[in-house]
Design a binder for this molecule. Structure first.
Ligand SMILES: [Zn+2]
Length: 556
């Protein structure tokens, strides 16, 4: 009878499997139809179950649009490798038969909301998504196809790393795939990298990490060395969130974490910022000059410029942008919350928006370090400015900071270098650049994102080499002389216009921007469009020449 009981048990398990999916992360049972409808995302813990490459193609490519390239490129066996369990060749054959795949990645031409792209999707089921020479060949050819056809490349990674069975030849796939990506990027074409669970080892240390934009699915495991190896090496227990997508975002290596359901729309929208056709706007020319928009006494203006209720960049985004895609991280150390940026659409114009973010409450201000950016903020801004140049997007920079953060860690990470680098890059950046000082223009921390073709100031903003308090305590040896210092330094919009430091003044609502932030952000929007529209008509060589003439002449 035992065999019968066993058989009944088997049938029951099979039936259960057909009815229920089990989340690998939290073990929750989910009705299989719900599981499929939710794209294998657990409703309990939001874990994103691994997908096969065919499922991903269905998710990302327009129906019927995928046309596979280089399907005949299969597994190679450069070392004629075998171990105790048999030959690599046999193993590869068995894997191919089981998965119906020729390699760990499938590449091809596809359309996404009608836009042609080259798409490459890895499949973890094929030998752990490992990077063999066949995998490398397919990715290399996909990048070359994108270059030849002038198309964007999107790669979706899922991999445990290099393929041991191919030894050093596998290691070299990291170099050759990156070589092909480098050519694509040098030609100015977009490359978007999607990292899914897991993306580790040689794939994370090659093409997966060098996207113009790197995005990941929530909770994906992403990292270089394995957790166990690290723990054994450093003899320490690692934090729970170590090597998760969320951990990488905070450490500056991802632009964003995008849930599976939103992935296609996110990618399509991001590509719409690549060399966009800008609308022909009919806007009044840049903000008015001094007339009718003169600030009050300097010290009073300083108080107004520091008002907590003044509109921040996030207010401007909320009130004036039709679309904003925040892009995170400096790809080196972290993601600065005090200096933010991303793709934005303002009055129909597509731009790269960057700017300091101050908080309105103490808690908010702690989270954004009172709008005092660290080096990673300036380096994120630098990355976004360079991306804007490559993608043919104008840059809009909103300045509002007491200054760059004067801290021990900021010095150790090169605050001065970060600001200096930005000054040199902005000087020759081949795209229109508009700056508006909306509140405090604090010294190098402000200038670090403010070398623009047009520099405007809100009526009650200030822009200065040092705070009036700092100046008073150095030169007057008495911090209480700040009002005198504020007057002597000439830091108000009217005075800076006269000095030729700025190009125009944006009027504020009566009594100051903090009394009517909505009206103030509307004025900012008009000023951006008014300044930017004529710049779009100027050939970029002329623009860069004029920018040089403008800044090289200051103080002459
Ligand atoms: Zn779960």
């Amino acid at each position: 009878m035992a065999w019968l009981t066993e058989q009944i048990k088997d049938v029951k398990i099979r039936q259960e499997r057909e009815l229920w999916a089990v989340c690998a992360a939290c073990k929750r049972h989910v009705d299989r139809s719900v599981w499929q409808a939710d794209l294998k995302v657990c409703p309990g813990c939001n874990a994103h179950e691994r997908l096969s490459c065919r499922e991903r193609i269905d998710l990302l490519a327009d129906a019927g649009s995928f046309e596979e390239l280089n399907a005949s490129v299969g597994v190679r066996d450069p070392l004629a490798f075998a171990d105790d369990s048999g030959s690599y060749a046999d193993k590869a054959k068995a894997t191919a038969a089981k998965t119906g795949l020729g390699e760990a990645v499938v590449t091809g031409l596809a359309r996404m909301d009608g836009r042609p792209v080259v798409l490459g999707i890895m499949d973890f089921r094929f030998m752990g998504g490992s990077l063999g020479s066949g995998t490398g060949e397919r990715i290399l050819l996909a990048a070359e196809a994108a270059l030849e056809r002038r198309l964007p490349l999107i790669l979706v990674s899922a991999s445990g790393g290099a393929r041991m069975h191919e030894g050093i030849v596998s290691l070299m796939q990291m170099a050759r795939t990156c070589a092909a990506i480098a050519r694509l990027q040098e030609a100015g074409l977009p490359y978007l990298s999607v990292l899914t669970d897991p993306t580790t080892g040689g794939v994370s240390a090659s093409y997966a990490m060098v996207g113009d934009l790197n995005i990941a699915e929530p909770k994906s495991l992403i990292g270089f060395a394995g957790r166990r190896v690290i723990e054994q090496t450093i003899k320490q227990k690692l934090p729970d969130d170590f090597q998760t997508a969320e951990y990488l975002l905070e450490h500056g290596f991802l632009d964003g974490i995008v849930p599976r359901r939103a992935l296609k729309a996110w990618l399509v929208n991001a590509l719409s910022y690549y060399r966009p056709v800008q609308p022909q706007l009919k806007v009044a020319p840049a903000a008015p000059a001094a007339g009718g928009a003169v600030a009050g006494p300097p010290w009073e203006t300083v108080q107004l410029a520091r008002q907590a209720g003044r509109p921040t960049i996030r207010d401007t985004i909320a009130n004036c942008c039709d679309d904003f895609v925040e892009l995170h991280g400096d790809r080196l150390f972290g993601d600065d919350h005090g200096l933010i940026g991303g793709f934005a659409t303002i009055g129909g114009l597509r731009v790269m928006l960057i700017g300091h973010q101050k908080g309105k409450t103490v808690e908010e201000n702690i989270a954004v370090n009172f709008g005092m950016a660290n080096p990673e903020g300036y380096r994120k801004a630098l990355r976004l400015m360079r991306l804007a140049e490559r993608y043919g997007l104008p840059v809009v920079s909103l300045v509002d900071t007491p200054g760059a953060y004067p801290g021990l860690d900021a010095e150790a990470r090169g605050q001065a270098e970060a600001i200096a680098r930005n000054l040199t890059v902005m000087a020759t950046l081949r795209t229109p650049f508009v700056v508006i000082v909306t509140g405090e223009g604090g010294s190098g921390g402000a200038l670090g994102i403010a070398v623009g073709d047009r520099v405007l100031m809100l009526q009650n903003a200030v822009y200065s080499v040092i705070s009036p308090e700092g100046c008073a305590s150095i030169l007057w040896r008495d911090g209480k002389k700040a009002p005198e210092a504020a007057a002597a330094l000439k830091i108000t919009a009217g005075e800076l216009l006269k000095l030729g430091i700025i190009d125009g003044i944006v009027p504020e609502p009566a009594g100051g921007a903090h009394l009517d932030p909505k009206a103030a952000t509307a004025a900012i929007k008009l000023a951006i469009l008014g300044a930017l529209t004529p710049l779009l008509e100027i050939p970029v060589e002329t623009l860069v020449e004029q920018r040089y003439a403008k800044f090289s002449g200051m103080g002459r």
